[in-house]
Every structure is written in C-alpha cells, then in structure tokens.
Ligand binder design. Structure first.
Ligand SMILES: Cc1cc2nc3c(=O)[nH]c(=O)nc-3n(C[C@H](O)[C@H](O)[C@H](O)COP(=O)(O)OP(=O)(O)OC[C@H]3O[C@@H](n4cnc5c(N)ncnc54)[C@H](O)[C@@H]3O)c2cc1C
Length: 423
C-alpha cells in the first residue's frame, strides 16, 4: 500500500480557488474503501478511538497497510452521540498524565489533521456546594497544578460574575464556588470523526463501512484475522475499539471483559443567542451543560443505572436531569427541549479505561471509556497505536492494564468501588 495519498489540502487559498471555479474541485473527504483480504493491522470499530488509532499507526509508526472495519457508518456510535466536552482535570496520576496528553493533542489537532474540529477552549467549571466538595476541588486542583496542568479555585463572587443567572438562593443545593480549568472546553464531535477519517485515509488507511466483525480467526493462541459480513480478512494485529459493544465483540474472541454496558442520555434545546460561555457541571444534582455553536443548550446527567445495549434511556433519568438543571439555572424552564438520545457506555469496574495487550497474541484492547471517552480520543489513538506497533504499552497508558482488576491495581478516580454504574 502506498504512503501519503495526494488529496486537496484545506486552506484559505484552496477555498478562494474553489470559490472562483464554482466549488467543482472538492473531492470526497475519504474513500469508502472495499475490504481487501489481508492487511498488516485491523482496527475493529470506526468511532473516534478506532479512527484515531489508525491515523497514529500510519503517522507515528509508518503502518499504512491498515483497515478500520465499521459495522455501520463511522461515527454512528458514541462518537456521534456525546456532549463534546474536553478537559484534563483528573486526580490520580495514571489518569492525569493520559488526559493531559490528550488535551495537548487537542490543542494542535486541527493543524495536525488539516481539519476544523471546532476545538473551543472555553473553560470547564465544576461547581461545589459544601465544604466536603470544596476540599475535593482543592485537592484535585493542587494535583493538577503539580502535574503542570492549569486549575483555578473560584469563590462565589467569581462564579457569580461569570454566570449571573444561576440560582444562588437554592438552600438545598447551594452554589459556593467552583474549580475552573480554562483550557477545557468542547470540540465538534462529528468533525473529530471526519477529521481523523480523512487524515488516516490520506496516509493510505482503508475505511471500510458496513462491515461487521462476526468472529475471529485464532490459531495456537495467536490472532490471524477476523470473520466479517463482507468475508474473512487476515491480519497479524487486530485492535478492538468497540466502546459499548466491547464485551460482545470480546466474547467472539473468547474474552470475558471486566466491562458492563449502560445507557447515558443527553438533551439539546432549541437554539438561542449566545448566552452560555463555558461548560459547567453542577454538584447538587448530577448535571452538566454547555451551549453548542448552533445555539442549543446541550446537557446531561448520570447513567440510567441498569445494564442495556439499547441506545435510548428511561423517563426517570429525564426527570432527574431536568430537575437538577432547573435547580441550577431556572431559566432553562423557558426553553423547549428539541431532542433527547442515548448511547451505550462501556463501564469498567473502577471507571478508568483499558488500553492493553490481551492474552491472545496480536489481539489488543481499547475499551472501558465509561462516560468520558470523547476527550480521550487523541491520546487513546496515540497510545493504542504505540501499544499495537511496539507490542507494549507506552508509559502514558501504563496504568490502563487489563489485569489490574486481578492484581488489585485499580484506578478508581471517583472512589465508588466496583460499581460500574456509579462511575
Ligand atoms: C450522551 C453521551 C454523552 C457523552 N458526553 C461525553 C463528553 O461530554 N465528553 C467525553 O469525553 N465523553 C463523552 N461521552 C463518552 C464518549 O462519547 C465515548 O466514551 C466515546 O465516544 C467512545 O469511543 P468511540 O468514539 O470510539 O466509540 P463509538 O463511536 O461507539 O465507536 C465504536 C464503534 O464500534 C462499532 N462496532 C461495534 N461492534 C462492531 C463489530 N462487531 N464490527 C465492527 N464495528 C463494530 C460501532 O458501530 C461503533 O461505531 C458521552 C457519551 C454519551 C452517550
């Protein structure tokens, strides 16, 4: 397979040239490739993590004879269903170094991919409402700063100055201050998928859609390829990036994974003029909110709390989320909710992900993203590519081992213990 493909670079000059000739020169952003029978490496799952892995395999490790196999169309899973928050405000060292790597990659991503992923560092503010929550914010902020990551503790007056329309008289869920990461923010989820797809394709990766993996070819404990709805495809390296379907796909290879699948819902209102500058999480109920570039207020809350593979949620959580939103910001009640949807989350026992080798030689696992895998996409792809190419984890993903549950080296950021639905 050839290296970098000749494709039009997106630039101001290209836009001007195309404007002058009626935009007749733009080609498709990536090829809808037909699968070949053999590759050096296969990625199962065309979400953010799968596409980013393929891109960094080609860019960082020169592995271009690679295919991404996607059951439906790319971005049809959680990559296209999330609320687009990016941040690196973590407490535990194993998490902080990874998510900060991701933040640094986000900061240069658009130039790297030559694609407008609409990365917007508008600030992520976690509100606190009592002394215990304030202590937790102080501890997390100090840890972040020790890792060289930005964090600011805000008092009530500073929060009021930023968001004058919150309800500061709510006695049940008072707002006392917050922990702000100014470098956090949002990115356009579809654009992230398309940007990685285009950049991977330009380096020779085949993106194969409507190609479901239905089984694995394993001989003598080594992977040889996969069975798909478009025939068998052979490869000595196969990486799984199936998010909410991880346990199902793992089972096809005989792996029983420490993952449960749960539904997470999100909501968007009708579009209004710009009114909500940043991203805010509310500690009273579990609620978070931002405003999309189209003007809708995008918000969500906690998991539905029961195991499911359905991409839709239940009404109890709808009520909880609306209640928490109204407690934080009563003006929300004046807006109409336009859409509500759900995605299937791959929840681990400690709330942290897995990027590792598996007991089957040549089969690698990228999973367990819980409710926070969008922000992880760049670092996840970068680390998983390293793990697949070098057959060992990078230091940055060295805490994300599959055997950590067996050896007791768990990474429990929220301290909830082995309750996947609580993380
Ligand atoms: C409502 C909601 C809000 C969220 N908000 C945020 C947020 O604000 N910030 C954040 O960081 N994270 C957020 N997340 C989490 C984040 O979206 C996910 O953790 C992340 O997108 C998962 O990785 P992915 O993009 O690769 O997954 P996906 O896009 O789900 O990709 C997996 C792909 O694998 C494919 N697949 C499955 N089985 C097979 C098979 N057998 N053969 C071939 N292909 C297969 C699927 O079709 C799918 O396209 C949110 C999620 C939801 C649902």
């Amino acid at each position: 397979m050839s290296g970098v493909r000749a494709a039009m670079n997106y630039s101001g000059l290209a836009l001007l040239r195309e404007a002058l000739r009626g935009h007749s020169g733009w080609g498709p952003a990536w090829r809808d490739a037909a699968p070949r029978t053999e590759y050096d490496a296969l990625i199962v799952g065309g979400g953010g993590h799968g596409l980013a892995t393929a891109y960094y395999l080609a860019k960082e490790h020169g592995l271009t004879n690679v295919a991404v196999l996607e059951r439906t169309h790319i971005g049809s899973g959680n990559a296209g269903r999330n609320t687009t928050l990016i941040r690196s405000n973590y407490l535990l060292p194993g998490n902080e170094r990874f998510f900060e790597k991701s933040m640094q990659l986000w900061e240069g991503l658009e130039q790297d991919l030559n694609y407008n992923a609409m990365v917007s560092q508008r600030g992520v503010l976690n509100l606190y409402s009592d002394d215990g929550q304030r202590d937790a914010c102080v501890r997390r902020g100090n840890t972040m700063r020790l890792h060289g990551v930005d964090a600011e503790l805000l008092d009530l007056a500073q929060v009021k100055a930023m968001y004058p329309y919150f309800d500061y008289r709510n006695e049940r869920f008072p707002i006392r201050g917050g922990l702000l990461q100014r470098r956090g923010g949002t990115a356009r989820h579809d654009a992230v998928v398309w940007g990685f797809a285009r950049a991977a394709d330009r380096r020779g990766v085949d993106i194969v859609q409507n190609c479901e993996v239905t089984g694995f070819r394993i001989e003598g404990g080594e992977v040889r390829g996969v069975e798909t709805t478009r025939g068998p495809i052979f490869a000595r390296k196969v990486g799984l990036c199936c998010a909410g379907s991880s346990s199902r796909v793992g089972e096809l290879a005989g792996l029983r994974l420490p993952i449960e699948s749960h539904v997470l819902q999100a909501f968007v209102t009708e579009a209004v003029k710009p009114m909500f500058d940043g991203v805010v999480t509310f500690s009273g109920g579990t609620f978070y909110i931002s405003q999309s570039d189209k003007g809708g207020l995008v918000f969500g809350g906690i998991l539905d709390g029961y195991n499911s593979y359905a991409q839709r949620g239940n009404l109890r959580v709808v009520e909880d989320v609306m209640e928490a939103g109204m407690a934080m910001m009563p003006l929300l009640g004046r807006l109409r909710v336009l859409r509500q949807w759900g995605g299937v989350m791959d929840m681990t026992m400690d709330g942290s992900p897995i990027i590792d080798l598996t007991p089957i030689r040549g089969l690698y696992l990228n999973a367990g993203w819980c409710t926070t895998g969008f922000k992880a996409i760049p670092a996840s792809g970068w680390c998983f590519a390293h793990t697949m190419a070098r057959d060992e984890p990078h230091f940055i993903n060295s805490a994300y081992r599959l055997d950590r549950f067996a050896v007791g080296a768990v990474l429990d950021e929220s301290g909830h213990g082995a309750h996947p639905n609580r993380h």
